[in-house]
Design a protein around this ligand. Structure first.
Ligand code: AMP
Ligand code: ZN
Length: 466
């Protein structure tokens, strides 16, 4: 299996630190709002990488954090007049709902920065002891020049960086010895969340969070570290400097970065305001379609978001699901064991499975993997009705397996039509009249499970879809 490693800018054969196991860390979102579909791209692509590694038999320890202390969270908390944990907890829950909708598996561990402060303090202490960091008036800085390999991931030259920084002075950072140094710990400002530390009350810098959480939940050397390409510099460069300076061991073997989701050729981002939240999009398209759309491009290529492209993904996905419906029907109606003709067709099926795997092994080329599924769909459509029961079963199993690696759900969701909802509401009213409250509650729960919310009003029962 080959992975394009940002560190070497080459496709390299994947060899994990420990045979049969993979430790994978993906930088997670800062939780101050609903995630947008740009944020969903790394979630979907690295969930797919994980699923493929699991399919190959690896035991994957998949860690992805929530950054739950940050200026933007604090600003939102001040705006609403609540504690910043109220904001972060709210949006962690909302993010988890979106991930579920996108069929992104929960991580083995989702650490929260605010619950890992003591480990970060320990790491910062070690960095000071090793003379890679220094404290000035409650702020701790990393001594960037003390790490000889600084710039190895982003391929930046430290002297060029220095020149770019020369005239930039950030307020509150006057104690910096070198403009290249970055913050590991910052002192408390009035009204902000803060933790006790040897340097006074304060909070950690963003980069140290990931160094600590990956160390704690995976180890000093992790197999795959991933995130969007905007994180290469400075975030991942700084993570490497901190972790390798602290642990004296290589930090990550393979660095994977996804390309941007663009809109009209520009990166979708909160700050530019050109974004759609996953929640908004879910009103227009099933989130499965969004997942399929994201995987229709290679993860390192930029991907433009447009209704035309999403519509085409929707049609493509429908073609696959319809073929699977047909194969399921065939499993219910076909009879008998494999015929010679089936055997020949199964050879073709195996060739397509090989093609799919070859695409995935080539740096997770999901676009080509999907092309192999389409070929399989074509073959299934032509052959399944003439085949035996055993053939239909094997075809179904293969299609389900290949879709599952991409996180595509092949079971169709039963969507309640408006008329069905009305009928159930009438039945509930009748049950209530008969004082059969158990049945009435059962119907309410059944509707709730399908996202239908009932409201008893003076004008009768009103309902909405959640
Ligand atoms: P943030 O909350 O901004 O730190 O972003 C969380 C994750 O989403 C990071 O891995 C980012 O690189 C990624 N990301 C943000 N915007 C985009 C985008 N437009 N396209 C692809 N990935 C993105
Ligand atoms: Zn990170």
């Amino acid at each position: 299996m080959k992975i394009f490693n940002t560190l070497t800018r080459k496709k390299e054969e994947f060899v994990p630190v420990e045979e049969g196991k993979v430790g994978m860390y993906v930088c997670g979102p800062t939780v101050y709002n609903y995630i947008h579909i740009g944020n969903a791209r790394p979630m979907i692509v690295f969930d797919t990488v994980r699923r493929y590694l699991e399919y190959k038999g690896y035991d994957v320890n998949f860690v992805s954090n929530f950054t739950d202390v940050d200026d933007k969270i604090i600003a939102k908390a001040v705006e609403e007049g609540v504690d910043s944990s109220v904001i972060s907890e709210r949006f962690i829950e909302e993010c988890k709902k979106d991930m579920e909708g996108l069929n992104v598996k929960p991580a083995t561990k989702h650490p929260k920065a605010t619950e890992e402060i003591s480990g970060m303090i320990k790491m910062i202490k070690t960095l000071i002891e090793k003379d890679h960091a220094y404290a000035v008036d409650g702020t701790v800085y990393f001594k960037t020049r003390s790490f000889a390999e600084y710039g190895k991931l982003s391929k930046k030259n430290i002297d060029d960086l220095e020149a770019g920084h020369r005239n930039i002075k950030v307020r509150g950072e006057e104690g910096k010895q070198d403009p290249l140094d970055f913050v590991l710990w910052k002192p408390k400002k009035e009204g902000e969340p803060a933790w006790k530390s040897p340097w006074g009350e304060g909070r950690p810098g963003w980069h140290i969070e990931c160094s600590e959480m990956s160390k704690k939940y995976i180890g000093n050397t992790i197999d795959i570290h991933a995130g969007g390409e905007d994180l290469i510099f400075p975030h991942h460069e700084n993570e490497i400097a901190q972790s390798e300076a602290c642990n004296d061991e290589p930090f990550a073997k393979y660095w994977m970065h996804n390309g941007f989701l663009n809109i009209d050729g520009e990166k979708m981002s909160k700050s530019a305001g050109n974004f759609f939240t996953v929640r908004e999009i879910s009103e227009k398209y099933p989130l499965q379609v969004i997942r399929f759309f994201m995987l229709s491009a290679h993860y390192r290529s930029p991907l433009n978001f447009s209704d035309t492209l999403v519509e085409s993904a929707k049609n493509g996905l429908e073609r696959i699901l319809t073929a699977i419906d047909n194969v399921r029907d065939a499993v219910a109606t076909n009879t008998g064991a494999l015929t010679a003709e089936d055997e020949k067709n199964l050879e073709k099926v195996q060739e397509l499975v090989n093609k799919y795997e070859a695409a995935m092994e080539d740096d997770f080329n999901t676009a080509d993997a999907i092309a192999a599924i389409f070929e399989l769909v074509k073959l299934a459509n032509i052959t399944v009705n003439k085949g035996s029961l055993e053939y239909a079963k094997q075809l179904l199993e293969t299609l389900e397996k290949l879709c599952d690696i991409l996180g595509i759900v092949t079971e169709r969701e039963e969507e309640l039509l408006d008329a069905d909802v009305e009928a159930l509401i009438n039945e509930r009213q009748a049950a209530r009249k008969e004082r059969n409250f158990a049945r009435a509650d059962e119907i309410r729960d059944q509707l709730a499970a399908q996202g239908i919310i009932l409201k008893d009003t003076r004008e009768g029962v009103k309902w909405t879809r959640a």
